[in-house]
Unconditional design. Structure first.
Lengths: 296, 392
């Protein structure tokens, strides 16, 4: 007597016979989420960038216009805001890479097991603290009555006035995003076999030559991966400029905040947001050319 | 013209519907002729409370010491959303429609809310304390249009010149100190487009040839001069402050010695032992005057009226004034202020003659249609953009 198939068995069998259906059913919820929530909101933002607002009531006027973009590209102030933001992102990225390289090398190749674990947890610890608390801590270090000027006066050094300048922003950004640079470089160093370093020195290469021709090509994808974090995090930030920046510290993020929240001009904010998306797209393209994604 | 606009709107709305994310709000053509909600009949009598009330307020305007007794007396449970700027209030009201009952907006946002159709007329007879208000705050142009009230005035105050008494043993008498290279790197002013009005007020006195009569109604020529003055000031600025607490710590650390401030900063700094004082220079001052405005789709109108009546009473007005460092609209609050803090009534000018109040130019929304019947004034969007130019 044949076993009567239940609905479960039949569905199971049908799915087993049709792998494409299985794939579609598994993939469609995340895909749907990606398309509907993520991509379409970006599309809506792009569309909004071509509208304008009624200056009195703040209501959006649904008429196609290039005015937002032409304003961004013709008014010199937006040029200098964009330039300032990108320069800071580049500077922070270079600073973090220079600090992270020797640190990650020590962590991966020199430090013993115990010491490495301790350093790694110390490195990641600041990530548990609130971003705001860290920025305010830096205000307390750098401001006139802060720790740094206090230390300088004890050591009879000239007193620096760093708080509320672009230098302060550079220091704080470099501090905030450093772990995001060290971790991928550390991972890249771990993948460099020690035997290669030994072979290099056996063959007569000096330490600089070993670094330049053996280590650097192998950790470059790690550096680029870390730089994507430091670059994009700096590019999109607006709180650090607000809190510790000076009188000429407006970032793209601040300009977006001002037009969206203070000006109630969402279309213009959307247009500005697309500038940072475009900059990031260019950066990712360059990173791809540098081979950053091959190691992922 | 109109039909092409509607067609465009329709096609855009269709695109939005496809995306399933955007609802299509009706396109609203700007018209300064009449606020869109002016025909809505206000409540005729206050009924039983709905049990809850939802506010958008300045921080410090819905403290537990006032909310708790209110809830006990009326049964209206109060939830509050704090906003950091007038414009944030406008966007909260525009985008959170139907969610909020009242908003404590300042004069620079009121007309945007009224002409944007986000608030509706109120029945002033349902708020008994209104008759005790300073006459200039009963039907001020920023919340009353063509005799229709859209809200009830609350508290007000001047924007003062805050200075370190170490640097200035004698109070500065002119706003010119903010434009003086001598204090380069020691000046702080608010990060707010309405700051252009402060420059315009100063210019109106030192450059009479510009004929500035109202610092919020500026022709392109007058506006450009005010913006140029602020660009001159830019290199002298240590920081444009966004939060009152930022200015307080700038003065505490000696990072700034002079700046534009609210009396709140002065009070807090003096209480913390800082050597500062404030003054209203001879050119006069700009100021803010807040209004509780009733949302168009307020879900709890009865509780909203109960709240407006409650916060208009002399007792609450006096307590709020002393707490925040501002002046109550209710003239009977004066004596209660003095029992809360000695001399508070005079300190905050609550008993000043009406002539004093006319020296304060209260914040109002800059509109293209200025008082002269012409349409040649610079509007708020341009103020906002010019401000980005100044600080960028």
């Amino acid at each position: 007597m044949p076993v009567k198939e239940g609905i479960r068995q039949r569905t199971g069998a049908a799915l087993w016979r049709r792998p494409w259906l299985r794939g579609a059913l598994t993939l469609s919820p995340p895909l749907l989420w990606f398309l509907v929530i993520y991509l379409s909101s970006l599309v809506v933002m792009l569309i909004t960038a071509f509208f304008s607002v009624d200056s009195l009531t703040g209501n959006v006027i649904y008429q196609w216009t290039w005015s937002n973009f032409s304003q961004i590209f013709t008014q010199s102030v937006y040029g200098s805001i964009i330039l300032r933001t990108v320069l800071m992102a580049v500077l922070v990225t270079i600073t973090d890479a220079l600090i992270a390289l020797p640190f990650a090398f020590y962590l991966a190749k020199v430090a013993g097991r115990r010491w490495r674990h301790l350093l790694l947890s110390l490195l990641l610890m600041p990530l548990w603290a609130s971003y705001l608390a860290k920025v305010y801590a830096w205000i307390n270090i750098l401001s006139n009555k802060g720790v740094l000027p206090d230390l300088e006066s004890h050591l009879h050094l000239p007193i620096t006035h760093i708080a509320f300048t672009n230098i302060a922003m550079w220091i704080v950004f470099s501090y905030l995003w450093l772990p995001f640079m060290i971790v991928p470089i550390y991972g890249a160093f771990e993948r460099v076999p020690n035997s290669l370093l030994e072979a290099s020195s056996d063959l007569g290469a000096g330490s600089w030559q070993t670094f330049r021709w053996v280590i650097l090509p192998m950790v470059l994808p790690g550096i680029v991966a870390g730089s994507i974090f430091t670059f994009s995090l700096t590019l999109g930030d607006f709180i650090t400029p607000l809190l510790i920046g000076g009188s000429s510290s407006t970032f793209i993020g601040n300009a977006i905040y001002d037009s969206a929240i203070n000006g109630g001009n969402l279309p213009f904010a959307a247009a500005l947001a697309f500038v940072s998306i475009a900059i990031m797209a260019i950066y990712l393209l360059l990173a791809k050319l540098a081979g950053a994604f091959e190691a992922l | 013209m109109k039909s092409s606009r509607i067609r465009q709107l329709a096609s855009v709305s269709a695109a939005a519907l496809v995306l399933g994310l955007m609802t299509a709000p009706a396109a609203f053509a700007a018209s300064t002729a009449a606020p869109p909600t002016q025909g809505i009949k206000p409540l005729q009598s206050v009924g039983k409370g709905e049990g809850h009330l939802s506010l958008i307020a300045w921080e410090g305007y819905a403290q537990p010491q006032w909310v708790k007794p209110f809830t006990a007396a009326t049964g209206c449970k109060v939830s509050v959303k704090y906003a950091g700027s007038s414009s944030e209030m406008v966007s909260l009201m525009a985008n959170g429609g139907g969610q909020y009952d009242l908003v404590s907006a300042s004069g620079d946002a009121d007309l945007r809310l009224i002409y944007g159709g986000d608030v509706k007329p109120i029945n002033i007879k349902l708020i008994p304390s209104w008759s005790e208000f300073h006459p200039f705050l009963q039907s001020p142009p920023f919340n009353t249009i063509n005799g229709v009230h859209y809200g009830i005035s609350y508290e007000f105050g001047p924007n003062v010149l805050l200075y370190s008494t170490k640097t200035f043993p004698k109070a500065p008498t002119s706003w010119s100190v903010l434009y003086n290279p001598k204090y380069k790197g020691k000046i702080t002013v608010p990060d707010n487009p309405i700051q252009i009005a402060d420059a315009a007020l100063y210019l109106s006195k030192i450059e009479p040839s510009l004929h500035i009569t109202n610092p919020y109604e500026l022709t392109q020529h007058q506006f450009s001069d005010a913006v140029a003055l602020l660009k001159v000031e830019h290199p002298f600025i240590k920081k444009y402050w966004d939060l009152a607490s930022q200015e307080i710590s700038l003065f505490q650390n000696g990072e700034a010695v002079v700046g534009a401030a609210w009396p709140y900063q002065t009070n807090t700094l003096i209480a913390a032992g800082a050597k500062v004082a404030d003054t209203i220079p001879k050119q006069g001052a700009t100021g803010w005057a807040d209004t509780w405005l009733l949302a168009k789709d307020a879900p709890d109108p009865n509780c909203a009226y109960k709240w407006m009546a409650y916060v208009s009473t002399p007792k609450i007005q006096a307590e709020e004034a002393v707490y925040f460092g501002e002046t109550p609209a209710n003239t009977l609050a004066c004596s209660i202020m003095n029992t809360l803090q000695k001399g508070a009534c005079a300190d905050y000018h609550a008993n000043a003659p009406e002539a004093y109040f006319s020296t304060i130019k209260f914040w109002q929304t800059p509109l293209a249609a200025c008082g002269n019947g012409k349409n040649d004034c610079v509007d708020f969007t341009q103020w906002q953009q010019a401000w980005t130019q100044i600080i960028g």
